[in-house]
Structure formats: structure tokens, C-alpha cells
Write a protein that binds this ligand. Sequence first.
Ligand code: NAD
Ligand code: KPL
Length: 306
Amino acid sequence: MLWHIQGPGSLGCLWAARFAAAQQPVRLIVRNPDALARYQQVGVVRLSDANLQQTQSYPINAQLPAHSEPISHLLLTCKAYDATAAIAQVAHRLNQDSLVVLLQNGLGSQQAVQALVPDTCCIVASSTEGAYLTEPFHSVFAGQGEIGLGSLDSKPEPEGLINNCHSAQIPCAWTTAIDTTLWRKLAINCAINPLTVILDCNNGALIAHANLINTLCAELQSLLKAAQHPAAAQDLQQHVWQVIEKTAANSSSMRQDVHNKRRTEISYMTGFACAQSIALECPTPALHALHAQLQAALSMRGLPIS
Ligand code: NAD
Ligand code: KPL
């Protein structure tokens, strides 16, 4: 299986290094000639362990989206807000036998990508692994986790996909309930991430705002039920508090983005949830207020509000 990895940031480089370590053919697709020139100065993807004690280098070929090589297996690892533009750049290289794996947080971008390439099989992923970059193309594997892979429209498991990933030590499993996984993660992210930005605090500090968190959980639970995802709604409040306790010392990914002056994935978290609440006529006033407060907090820091 030849993998093309479009969006070689933290997770893209992690996956690319694993395929390369397993001697599987892999290519990077970078966004523009400047990024290609930057990569070619070094010519390798680096992967370090969490303590930065061991670093391996993998000489992986990189190319531009406009390259002519056909794509059979594409892993898209850009941020949710870049996903449709990215897929549009390589759509001419896909065919009806191609497989695209979408690794974006939140919801909304996956459906938008599939709509742009309706004849191509898109599989969605939800990852709890953690990685960050020390510099371009140097990823640090910061947290063990697992990856659920599945289809949002009941496509069957693509033959060989999971085995291929396992042979590269990628801890993934096929699930027929990926929608439940993604909707529950969305709800957990909506209950935690925006408040950590608004209050500029670690996840654990949210314990002081229990009433608001519980109100948000109740609204999000109604929304998940209205969206026909009752399994994701089950025990939501309990799940949210478990995550807060387990990650008490951590900064949420959205707060990290804000501290790094990076655009957030707000439109695919509270933005998506608010849009669904309107479309499904399921009122979520606290969530709408939170979304507006988050936009104000982003705007104050000079960051995009969508
Ligand atoms: P990242 O910002 O490190 O990497 C994304 C890369 O995509 C960047 O290098 C960017 O330049 C590149 N890119 C954007 N548009 C492109 C295009 N058109 N063509 C080629 N490259 C393009 O992001 P990340 O941390 O790897 O996260 C990817 C997704 O996974 C996000 O949705 C994130 O929320 C999610 N996620 C990340 C982690 C983590 O620990 N990093 C964990 C779970 C989920
Ligand atoms: O996924 C998260 C994030 O920070 O994005 C957690 C830790 C669950 C908080 O919502």
C-alpha cells in the first residue's frame, strides 16, 4: 500500500515515520513550494519519544499537491479548517478505487470533504494519541492513545486497511460506531475547551465552574439525542468530569492553539454544535452564549472567530 500523507504536521509526521520505519512506501504532500523547499533542506521526517531521548530520522519523499502521481491511499492530517482546500488540491489524483482517511478533530469538515469527492471512499478517524512539533517535520510522540477508524455512511471496512496500519505499529481499530465516538468527543470538547480559553486555565480549574459545565452537559446531551446519537449522549456529564479529572494538569488543545497564536478549530466544535442545534430546533442557550464568549475571547487576541 502506498500512502500519501497530506498535511505533514504533528500527526502526519508521526504516521509517516511509522510507515517508513515499517519499510512501507510513503510520500508527504506539502502545501506549497515554500514548504517543499523547507522540507528539502533537511530531507527527513524526525520522530522523537516523549522525553526527547531518542530521535529517528526517515528520508521520505515529499511532493506538491499538483504532482501527477495517482493516489491510492491518502491520509489527510491537516487542521479541520484546511481540509476542503487540501482535498481540492489533490482531487484530480484520486479515482473511484482511492481511499481517503480523514484525521480531523470535531465534526463538519469530514462531511464537507466527502461532498467534494463524492466518488471516493472517505473513512474518518478519531485519535487520542498526542504529538507536537519541535520544528517543521520533527514530531514528538507525546501521548499514547488509540485511533478509531470507521465510516460516517456505513461503508464496509476497507480490505487490508487495519492490517496495514497494524504492521506499521499504528494502534487503530475499525469501529461501526465512529459517529458515536466523534459526537461524544465533540460534546466533551465543547464542554471543556472553550471555557479553558475564556478563563485561560488548565482543565482541572473547571471544577470551580461545575454548575456551568453541568448545564452545558445537559444541553449537549439533548443535542446528541436530537441528532440521533443516543449512545453518545449516555452518561455524558460523567464522561466530561472523568476527562477533566484525568487531564486536570493539561491545557486543552484549543487553549494551546490560542497560546501559540494559532487559529482554533472553533467552527468544527461549538460552531458545528450551535449550527446543529438551530437545524434540529433543539435549543442550547448556554452553548450559544459560550460560543459567543469564545468568539469574543479569540477576537480580543487577534485570532479568527471561525
Ligand atoms: P498540525 O498543524 O501540526 O499539522 C497540520 C499540517 O497540515 C500543517 O503542517 C499545515 O501546514 C499542513 N497543511 C495545511 N493545509 C495543507 C495542504 N493543503 N496541503 C498540505 N499540507 C497542508 O496539526 P496536527 O496537530 O497534526 O492536527 C491535525 C488534526 O488532528 C487536527 O484536526 C487536530 O485537532 C487533530 N488532533 C491532533 C492531535 C495532536 O496531538 N496533535 C491529537 C488528536 C487530534
Ligand atoms: O480532547 C481534548 C482537547 O484538549 O482537545 C480534551 C483533553 C478531551 C479536552 O477537551
